[in-house]
Design a binder for this molecule. Structure first.
Ligand SMILES: [Zn+2]
Length: 450
C-alpha cells in the first residue's frame, strides 16, 4: 500500500498521520482536510484519506492491514434515475448502471463521496475506524475499534464517545469468565406420578450423565454447570423439561452442548424404560431454551457490563450538558422501550453490536441474542453513573471446527487487540457504552436531529 504513495503525496500522508496521532485532526475529517489544506482533488482525496487512516492505525497498534485492502477507487458516485426521479449511490466499482426499481439506464451525476464514514478499507464489507477506547476492571486494555456499520454516522458517534470515555479515565468493565450454551429435553407423561418418578430417575443419573456429557465436550472444554427442571401441563399430559446448561471459556459451545444432549437423551430414555417409567413423548425441546429467545430468563452467552463515573462538574464543564436533563432523557428512553413491551432496551447497541460482529466475523454470524442491552443512569455521591449491561454476549473467537473465521475477520480482531472471548465482550461493552453516551449527550443537548 505504501508503495502507491510517493514524494509530495507521501509528505502529506506523513503529516496527516502525525496530526491524527496528536489529536489535531479528527479521523472523519481527513477527506475534507486533504482538500482544504493541501488542495487535493475530489475524488483522489478519498483514497489518500483511507491510506492515512490505515497507516495511522498500523502505527498505533503495531498490527498490519493485509487482508482488509483498499480498492483502487474507494468511493461512491451518485446517479439519477430519470423515470423514478430517484438518486442512487453506487460503489464506483459497480459497473451495472441500471436502476434497481425500473431497470432503466442511470445518469451519472459526477458527484463523489467516501464509501462510509471513517472508511479504512475492505472490498465487500466497508470497514470504519471508530476510535480507541481505554478499558479497566476485569479486562485492562486499550482497544482499537473497527466496525462494519453501513453508511450511517455511527462510527463517528462511537469515536466521539470513546474520546470522552478516555478523557474521563476509561470504561470500567465487568465480564463473566465463561459463557453458557443450553439444550433442553422435553418429555410428556400421562400421569403426574410418572413425571415425578421420571424426574427422580434422571436426578439420580445426573452425576454419571454429567461426566459422560463432559467427555463429549472435551475438545472445547465444556462443563455442565446446571441442570434445571421445569414443569407444565396441557391436555396432552404432564410435561417435564430438563434444561442442560454448559459453560465454555473461549468457545460458543452451541454445537457441543447440542450433540452432548442428543447423546444423553438415548441413555435417559433407556434408564426410564428399565425402571418402568413410560413416557408419551421424548424430544429435544428447543422451544424452551437453547435457541434464540428474547427473554430475561435466557441463559445463553455471558454477561458484560461497562460503566462510566462522571463528576457533575464535568457535565456542566466540558460536556456542556445539564446532568438532570441527561438523567431524565435516559429515563424517558428506557421507559419508552418498556412501554412497547420490550424485555430489553436495545438502543444504539442494536446497531453497534452487529457492526462489531460483521467486522470480526466471529461465531455467531447472526448476533440476535447478543444485541440485548439495558441502560442505567443514576446519581451516586454527587457523580453521575452511566452504565450499559449486555446480558447475553455470545462469541467464539477461535477459528475451529466450531466456526471458520475468514482471514479478514482474524485480521480485524488482531488490529482491534482482541485475543479472547472475554476481551471481545469487554471491547463490545465499551463501544456500546461509547455510542450510547455520545448519543444521550447529543440528545440531551437537543443537538441531534436538528
Ligand atoms: Zn428507476
Amino acid at each position: 500500500m505504501t508503495e502507491d504513495i510517493r514524494g509530495e503525496e507521501n509528505r502529506v500522508v506523513q503529516e496527516c498521520i502525525q496530526r491524527l496521532k496528536e489529536g489535531q485532526l479528527a479521523p472523519w475529517k481527513v477527506e475534507d482536510d486533504l482538500k482544504s489544506t493541501y488542495g487535493m482533488e475530489i475524488p483522489e482525496n478519498f483514497r489518500i484519506a483511507t491510506i492515512c487512516r490505515q497507516l495511522f492505525i498500523q502505527a498505533i497498534t503495531g498490527e498490519h492491514f493485509h487482508y482488509i485492502g483498499i480498492p483502487e477507487k474507494p468511493y461512491k458516485e451518485r446517479y439519477h434515475c430519470v423515470k423514478d426521479d430517484l438518486i442512487l449511490e453506487l460503489d464506483i466499482r459497480d459497473e451495472n448502471h441500471t436502476c434497481n426499481l425500473c431497470a432503466s439506464r442511470l445518469k451519472p451525476l459526477k458527484q463523489y463521496a467516501p464509501l462510509v464514514a471513517n472508511y479504512v478499507g475492505g472490498q465487500e464489507d466497508y470497514f470504519s475506524y471508530a476510535g480507541q477506547v481505554v478499558v479497566k476492571g476485569d479486562v485492562q486494555k486499550t482497544f482499537t475499534n473497527l466496525l462494519v456499520y453501513g453508511t450511517g454516522l455511527g462510527p463517528i458517534g462511537v469515536t466521539r464517545g470513546c474520546f470522552l470515555i478516555n478523557k474521563l479515565g476509561g470504561a470500567n468493565v465487568r465480564v463473566e469468565d465463561s459463557a453458557r450454551a443450553v439444550r433442553c429435553l422435553g418429555f410428556v407423561f400421562s400421569t403426574e406420578e410418572s413425571r415425578q418418578k421420571a424426574q427422580a430417575v434422571i436426578e439420580a443419573f445426573l452425576p454419571e450423565a454429567t461426566d459422560k456429557m463432559q467427555d463429549k465436550m472435551l475438545e472445547f472444554g465444556g462443563r455442565i454447570s446446571s441442570v434445571d427442571f421445569d414443569h407444565a401441563e396441557t391436555q396432552r399430559g404432564f410435561i417435564l423439561y430438563v434444561d442442560f446448561v454448559a459453560e465454555f471459556k473461549h468457545f460458543r459451545g452451541h454445537g457441543d452442548i447440542s450433540s452432548a444432549v442428543g447423546f444423553i437423551k438415548q441413555e435417559v430414555e433407556e434408564k426410564l424404560l428399565s425402571q418402568g417409567v413410560r413416557y408419551e413423548l421424548s424430544v429435544i425441546a428447543q422451544g424452551h431454551d437453547g435457541d434464540l429467545k428474547p427473554s430475561h430468563r435466557n441463559k445463553r452467552g455471558r454477561k458484560a457490563l461497562a460503566q462510566l463515573r462522571i463528576p457533575v462538574a464535568d457535565f456542566e464543564g466540558f460536556l456542556k450538558v445539564d446532568p438532570e436533563k441527561f438523567l431524565s432523557f435516559v429515563e424517558v428512553d428506557d421507559l419508552g422501550s418498556q412501554r412497547l413491551g420490550c424485555p430489553f432496551y436495545s438502543g444504539m447497541g442494536g446497531e453497534i453490536l452487529p457492526a462489531i460482529y460483521k467486522a470480526t466475523k466471529v461465531n455467531p454470524r447472526s448476533p440476535l441474542v447478543s444485541c440485548f442491552q439495558n441502560i442505567y443512569a443514576e446519581k451516586d455521591k454527587g457523580d453521575v453513573i452511566f452504565r450499559v449491561e449486555l446480558p447475553n454476549i455470545e462469541v467464539g473467537v477461535v477459528s475451529s471446527r466450531e466456526g471458520l473465521m475468514s482471514p479478514i475477520g482474524r485480521e480485524a480482531m488482531r488490529v482491534m487487540g482482541i485475543h479472547t472471548a472475554k476481551e471481545f465482550a469487554a471491547s463490545v461493552a465499551a463501544q456500546v457504552l461509547a455510542g450510547e453516551f455520545n448519543l444521550a449527550l447529543e440528545i440531551s443537548r437537543e443537538k441531534l436531529y436538528n
